[in-house]
Design a protein around this ligand. Structure first.
Ligand SMILES: NC(=O)c1ccc[n+]([C@@H]2O[C@H](COP(=O)([O-])OP(=O)(O)OC[C@H]3O[C@@H](n4cnc5c(N)ncnc54)[C@H](O)[C@@H]3O)[C@@H](O)[C@H]2O)c1
Ligand SMILES: [Zn+2]
Ligand SMILES: [Zn+2]
Length: 345
């Protein structure tokens, strides 16, 4: 079968790889109908997340189950499902602590040996370990391209929003209007009570998308964001999300955070980043970072089925699997037209 294969640093090829098969009783095989390219995939191909090469990429996938192991009873052949970026057993020490993305018997799909050596979803099919935990059956009213946005980017956006513990009178500032920041904006607007959402990104087109997904104001610089939030009763924003992942955006997040604010950092920096702990201390600011909470998928699926969320305005490109390698190159060159790429098979 065909797959987007990470051959060597910076190089993705469309390769012929082995068809996945059931290896363990808890596995399923899914014929992929829709996949996507994530900012994290670029972090991998840029060599910032793992030094390993030689694996199929992708951790966002939707498809139809074609085979299940004998231990899988809740998921059936023919089910239309969305997978989670992480596969997790649900029973190990970390899973029982709720840290399922750190499962000792699982990993993150399409991220190489140090993340569990799990197959990637930018392929015609994928083997999914722990299928019963990991696969969510998609309600009929939710299209594939919505479902593929729920399992990773909306899940990470909602996790970040929850980490900011917003109150109905609060102001939220989101730095970075890529798919993660846009998802945070949409989750905050549609699934959370919050007074005001301000999105920040230097790319004008992305600010338009942020407005369409629920931002009250969308501005190009930290200075403009600061001017908007400084007069607030807490001398700044109550919740801040850094979904850009640069030292400048982390500094900006601290700069706009008000007294008692909560900062969430879902972004994966391209190297170590520093934060001014004295400012945090004197302003009683909390900082959260971590992976998205994959257990939120059921809530998101229900919200999409009820029409409460629809993240599709962030999709800028629909492509085929054979176009994936060239789009990695365009994303690495920071093509400003690309926001979210959905791959149809
Ligand atoms: N924690 C998780 O589980 C998780 C999951 C998926 C992705 N991620 C990470 O989240 C981050 C965002 O992913 P994405 O796909 O949205 O990336 P993206 O590159 O599409 O978006 C980043 C955006 O930040 C903007 N930006 C850069 N510097 C800025 C600044 N100083 N102020 C404001 N905006 C600035 C860019 O213009 C861009 O629009 C990445 O680091 C990605 O690896 C984390
Ligand atoms: Zn991702
Ligand atoms: Zn586990």
């Amino acid at each position: 079968m065909k797959a987007a294969y990470y051959e060597r640093s910076g190089t993705v090829l469309l390769a012929e790889v082995d068809e996945p098969v059931i290896l363990r009783p808890t596995d399923a095989v899914v014929r992929v109908t829709t996949s996507a390219i994530c900012g994290s995939d670029l972090t991998i191909v840029g060599g910032h997340m793992t030094p390993a090469t030689g694996f199929t990429l992708g951790h966002e996938y939707v498809g139809v189950v074609t085979a299940v192991g004998e231990g899988v009873t809740k998921i059936k052949v023919g089910d239309r499902v969305a997978g989670s970026p992480a596969s997790y057993c649900g029973a190990c020490e970390n899973c029982r602590r709720g840290l399922v993305a750190l499962c000792s018997r699982g990993g993150i799909h399409g991220s190489g040996p140090s993340f569990g050596a799990l197959d990637g979803g930018q392929a015609e099919a994928i083997r999914v370990p722990w299928a019963e935990q990991v696969l969510a059956v998609i309600p009929d009213s939710v299209p594939d391209e919505t479902a593929v946005l729920l399992a990773d980017v909306m899940m990470t956006g909602l996790t970040s929003v929850r980490a900011t513990r917003l109150q109905p009178t609060d102001t939220l500032v989101v730095f970075g209007c890529g798919p993660i920041g846009l998802s945070a904006v949409h989750a905050a607007r549609r699934l959370t009570a919050v007074d005001r959402i301000i999105a920040v990104d230097p790319v004008e087109h992305r600010l338009d998308v942020a407005r369409s997904l629920g931002a009250d104001e969308a501005v190009a610089s930290v200075e403009e964001a600061e001017a908007l939030v400084r007069p607030s009763r807490h001398d700044g924003a109550d919740g801040v999300i850094d979904a850009a992942g640069a030292q400048a955006s982390l500094d900006a997040a601290v700069r706009v955070a008000g007294q008692g604010a909560r900062i969430a950092v879902p972004a994966i920096g391209h190297g170590p980043m520093t934060i001014d702990f004295r400012t945090l201390l004197f302003r009683s600011i909390d900082v959260w970072t971590g992976l998205g909470d994959v257990l939120l998928i059921d809530d998101l699926m229900e919200a999409a089925a009820l029409g409460r969320i629809d993240p599709r305005p962030m999709i800028s490109h629909h492509i085929g699997l054979d176009e994936v390698p060239s789009y990695y190159e365009r994303m690495a060159a920071r093509d400003p037209d690309i926001v979210k790429i959905v791959v149809s098979l």
